[in-house]
Ligand binder design. Sequence first.
Ligand code: GRF
Length: 182
Amino acid sequence: MTARVGILISGRGSNMQALVRAGGDAYRVVLVASDKPDAAGLAWAAEQGIATLAHSGKRGEREAAFDAALRGAGVEVIALAGYMRLLSDDFVARWAGRIVNIHPSLLPLYKGLDTHARAIAAGDAEAGCSVHVVTAELDAGDVLGQARVPILPGDTPDSLAERVLGVEHSLYPKTLAEFVKR
Ligand code: GRF
């Protein structure tokens, strides 16, 4: 059975695009929603013929609108892809165990923001990304998959982010396809 996936974004949505492009027998992206009406990824998704929704209002109203649209579209699993808002405990509870996220660090290292700068400052030899289940606690749910890249001499947060993003785009579709089959 092909799982119906909804994606939440806030920005360019390169991970969302990778998920849409890779969707096959395992899952299909049926809705892309954003808290930012001008998110570049929304226009791209609409061009692909995917239903889109933007809601820039207060969190309660925004999440109610997302929840209604996701349920209306028959979504079974939500993938966060650069969605830069904290979800309320209530929203997470309503979708318990059915929301996943990609985070640009090797969790449990570097939860939260500025992950690449923190990995470089710590002198780490490796960085990477993690796909994890979303729970009420930030970046703390079960890790479903990880990909690693080296940190090279002279790396800046931007150069490292670009290297990590390259592996995000293959890790996320692969991990989501495995997750929806569980
Ligand atoms: C990625 O680095 C992802 O790991 C993080 O936010 C960024 C989103 O980038 N959660 P994009 O919008 O998917 O291009």
